[in-house]
Ligand binder design. Structure first.
Ligand code: MTE
Ligand code: MO
Length: 234
């Protein structure tokens, strides 16, 4: 199970093992999970600020991106077979190909990428269709209050309130680092929620559904905040 979450990190360093055991404890007692998570963040935050333990140096690829997937394997999608479906409480449900998404108005957002595990990559450019534009094209019905995201890995889900989803710094991203999103980073299409922790940015996005209330996403079932605001955005 641990290897399934982070398949690139077999042979985890000490820090990773500590977190995995915390997640294990969280799964046993769900009510304790949010506390365990914030304990972990304090722990890593202190380690990376002044590094009294040398822990930061033990982390793989410090300061860089890491590949995360809760699914053991994820199919590869290209312009030929990628589809994004938009439905739920909308006037005009629809399906977009990659070319159709590329033909819509694009926005570029430069934001920080911050994982709750403690790694952070500042000033990362993402580009794609503002989610608000896709919502307007679909026509959200008055009962619609939240957005649920599903992924073609078949496992991961995420959610936003409608107000959060309409922010201009929330993208259905096609590019990252000014190049088409790679498979490992969730390509061809992922969500990018700039003001929130990176777990909100669902990779391999395949479905956007308008709901009448927030449906907690994958990690939120394990105690992560449903509102994953980064400190500077809160
Ligand atoms: N489909 C999917 N999206 C996901 C995840 C995942 O496991 N599956 N992990 C989340 C977490 S916790 C993080 S930190 C980022 C990692 O993105 P990266 O692999 O591009 O670095 O993706 C988020 N989106
Ligand atoms: Mo993460």
């Amino acid at each position: 199970m641990t290897d399934q979450r982070h398949p690139e990190e077999s042979g985890p360093p000490i820090a990773r093992r500590v977190m995995l055991s915390m997640l294990g404890a969280g799964a046993v007692g769900l009510a304790a999970a949010p506390l365990l998570q914030s304990g972990w963040e304090r722990f890593l935050g202190a380690a990376s600020r002044n590094d009294p333990t040398g822990l930061t140096g033990l982390l793989p690829n410090p300061g860089g991106f890491r590949y995360y997937s809760v699914a053991a394997s994820v199919p590869r999608k290209t312009a030929a077979d990628y589809r994004l479906e938009i439905g739920g409480l909308v006037e005009r449900p629809g399906t977009y190909t990659l070319d159709e998404l590329r033909a819509l108005p694009q926005a570029r957002v430069v934001g920080d990428v911050q994982c709750t595990d403690g790694w952070r990559v500042p000033d990362t450019p993402f580009a794609g269709v503002p989610l608000s534009h896709l919502l307007d094209l679909a026509g959200v019905r008055p009962e619609g209050k939240a957005v649920r995201f599903t992924c073609f890995d078949g496992v991961y889900t995420e959610s936003l309130t409608l107000d959060q989803a309409r922010r201009p710094d929330v993208l259905v991203a096609l590019d990252m680092l000014d190049a088409p999103l790679t498979h490992d980073h969730g390509g061809p299409v992922r969500l990018y929620v700039a003001p929130m922790y990176f777990y909100k940015s669902a990779k391999w996005l395949s479905g956007i559904s308008i709901t009448d209330k927030v449906v907690p996403g994958y990690w939120e079932e394990y105690g992560y905040d449903i509102d994953g605001w980064l400190d500077q955005a809160a």
